[in-house]
Ligand binder design. Structure first.
Ligand SMILES: [Fe+2]
Length: 479
C-alpha cells in the first residue's frame, strides 16, 4: 500500500504529486486560436511515483513526466506520460521509492546501488529529428515525439564522453547547431565540464573538456554568434559530503562567482575567467557580442533561492529579500582585469526567454516572470516556494515593461513563445495558469506584442497539471 506523501512545500497543496498519465482529445477553447499556431509544446514535469524513501525530498527529484499540447487547425490535444527510466521501472516493480537524497547515490537502497538514477525531468528539446528529455545529472532520454513512448538513452551513438548533458542547451537559429555542455562530466562532484556542439543533423561534432574553478551547479550557459559563456556561481558539491550521506548542494557565499568566456569555435584553452562576488542565477535570457564586448542578460540574486539548498546551508532568505534584479553583465575583452559591468534592466524574476530567432544576437524584446504582490498573495507552486504570478515583456534597450497577471488565486508556469509568420507580428506567448482555488489548470495564449490586453484564447484543462519545469515549442513543420 502506498503511503501518503509528506505534507511539505514540495508535496502538499498545489504541489501534490499528480501521477496522472492521460490523454484529452480536443480541449475546450474559449476565444480564438489563430490558424497559424501549428505545432507542439512539450513540457517536463517532475512528478514522483512514490513518497520519498527518506521521509522528505525536493520537488525537482520527482520522476520525469512529459506533457504535450498539440495545436493543429484551431484544436488542442493534451497528452502526458511518464518517462520509463531505469529508476522509474525499478521503483514501479518494488512499489516504493528506492532512491535516497537528491543526487546522492550513496543514500540509495542497496537493491539499486550502481544503477541509473536519472529522472530526465527538466527540459524536453527537439533537435536532429529527436525528442530528448534532459536533466543535468545524466545523459538525454529519447522519446517518441508523437506517443511520448520512452525509446532509450541517447549518447550521440556512443560518441559523447561526458556522463552528463545540461538541460539548458543553446540552439543556433542560423546554423541549426546545438551548443550544450555537461558539468560533473567526469563523475560526481568533479570539476570537469564538457563543452559540446552537435551539428544540424544531431551528430556530435565537437566535445572538449575543461576544469571549472570549483564544482558548481552550472545549470545554464550562454552562447553568442562569437562566444561561449560559462557562469559559475557558488552553489557547490563535495564528494566527501556525498559519501558521508550528505546533500549534493550547499550555498557557499564566501566563494567568488566566475564567468569563463571563450571564442565559441576556439579552444577551451582560450577561456578567460572573470571574477566577482557570490551571486546566484539559474537561467540566462540571451547573450550577444558587440565588438570587444560580450553582454549577458538574466535574473540575478544574491542568494540561492531553493529552500532545500538554503536549509542545507543553514540559512533562510525569502526570495523577495534576496536582492534580485534582472540585469545585463557586460564583459570587455579588450580590457585587462577580472571584473564586469552591471546594468539593471528590470525587477527580479526568472524563466527568461527571447524568441528563438533572436538567440545569440543583439535583440529588442525578451519575456520573463516575476512575483507581483499587487497581483495576488504568494501561493506555493513549484520547487522554489511562491510561484510567479506575472509575465513581463521587457524591451531590453529602453527598459520599457509590459505586464500580464491572471489575477485571483493563480500562479503561472513557464511561458513558451510561438513565432508568427505575419510581418511585424511578435508572435504569441502560451503558459499554464494554475488555478489554486479550483485545483484546475488553464492554458492562456496571448499576443506577445500586447500581453497587457490579456488572453486571446483560454484552453480549459479538466484537471490540475502539476507545475512543470521547462518546455519548448516545436513547429509542426519540424515534426
Ligand atoms: Fe532550468
Amino acid at each position: 500500500m502506498t503511503q501518503p506523501f509528506p505534507d511539505t512545500m514540495d508535496f502538499g497543496g498545489y504541489n501534490a504529486p499528480s501521477r496522472v498519465e492521460c490523454e484529452v482529445y480536443d480541449l475546450v477553447v474559449e476565444g480564438r486560436l489563430p490558424e497559424e499556431i501549428n505545432g507542439t509544446w512539450y513540457q517536463s514535469v517532475p512528478d514522483p511515483q512514490y513518497p520519498p524513501m527518506l521521509g522528505n525530498d525536493t520537488f525537482i527529484s520527482g520522476d520525469g513526466m512529459v506533457r504535450m499540447l498539440r495545436f493543429e487547425n484551431g484544436h488542442v490535444d493534451l497528452k502526458q506520460r511518464y518517462i520509463q527510466s531505469e529508476r522509474w521501472k525499478n521503483e514501479r516493480l518494488a512499489r516504493r521509492s528506492l532512491y535516497g537524497l537528491y543526487r546522492n547515490p550513496y543514500t540509495d537502497d542497496p537493491a539499486v546501488r550502481g544503477k541509473s538514477r536519472s529522472v530526465y525531468n527538466t527540459t524536453p528539446i527537439f533537435h536532429g529529428g529527436r525528442l530528448l528529455a534532459l536533466k543535468e545529472d545524466g545523459r538525454a532520454m529519447e522519446l517518441d515525439p508523437r506517443t511520448l513512448a520512452t525509446l532509450g538513452e541517447w549518447d550521440y551513438r556512443g560518441r559523447l564522453r561526458s556522463q552528463t548533458m545540461t538541460a539548458h542547451t543553446r540552439p543556433d537559429p542560423e546554423t541549426g547547431e546545438l551548443y550544450f555542455f555537461g558539468y560533473e562530466a567526469g563523475g560526481l562532484a568533479t570539476r570537469d565540464v564538457a563543452y559540446c556542439i552537435a551539428d544540424r543533423d544531431g551528430e556530435l561534432r565537437r566535445e572538449e573538456w575543461f576544469q571549472a574553478p570549483y564544482c558548481a551547479s552550472m545549470h545554464d550557459f550562454a552562447v553568442t554568434r562569437e562566444h561561449a559563456i560559462f557562469p559559475v556561481f557558488p552553489t557547490t558539491a563535495d564528494l566527501d559530503r556525498l559519501k558521508a550521506g550528505g546533500v549534493h548542494w550547499v550555498w557557499e557565499p564566501r566563494k567568488d562567482s566566475f564567468v569563463g568566456i571563450m571564442p565559441r569555435e576556439g579552444s577551451v584553452k582560450d577561456l578567460r575567467w572573470f571574477r566577482g562576488p557570490a551571486r546566484s542565477a539559474y537561467h540566462f535570457m540571451n547573450a550577444f557580442t558587440e565588438g570587444s564586448r560580450v553582454h549577458l542578460d538574466f535574473g540575478c540574486s544574491k542568494v540561492n533561492p531553493f529552500p532545500f539548498i538554503q536549509h542545507a546551508s543553514g540559512i533562510r532568505v525569502d526570495p523577495r529579500e534576496a536582492g534580485g534584479r534582472f540585469v545585463r553583465w557586460t564583459f570587455d575583452l579588450s580590457k585587462p582585469g577580472e571584473s564586469w559591468e552591471e546594468t539593471v534592466l528590470g525587477p527580479a524574476g526568472d524563466m527568461p526567454r527571447a524568441a528563438a530567432k533572436d538567440a545569440m544576437r543583439d535583440y529588442e524584446v525578451g519575456y520573463y516572470q516575476t512575483f507581483d504582490p499587487a497581483a495576488g498573495r504568494p501561493l506555493v507552486a513549484g520547487p522554489v516556494g511562491a510561484g510567479f504570478n506575472t509575465i513581463l515583456r521587457l524591451e531590453v534597450r529602453s527598459g520599457r515593461l509590459n505586464r500580464f497577471s491572471p489575477g485571483g488565486e493563480a500562479t503561472v508556469q513557464e511561458h513558451f513563445h510561438v513565432p508568427s509568420k505575419a510581418p511585424g507580428h511578435e508572435g504569441y506567448l502560451g503558459f499554464i495558469v494554475d488555478r489554486h482555488d479550483q485545483h484546475l489548470s488553464e492554458v492562456f495564449l496571448l499576443e506577445a506584442g500586447g500581453i497587457e490586453r490579456g488572453p486571446i484564447a483560454r484552453i480549459k484543462v479538466p484537471l490540475r497539471l502539476r507545475v512543470g519545469v521547462h518546455g519548448n515549442w516545436v513547429p509542426g513543420e519540424a515534426l
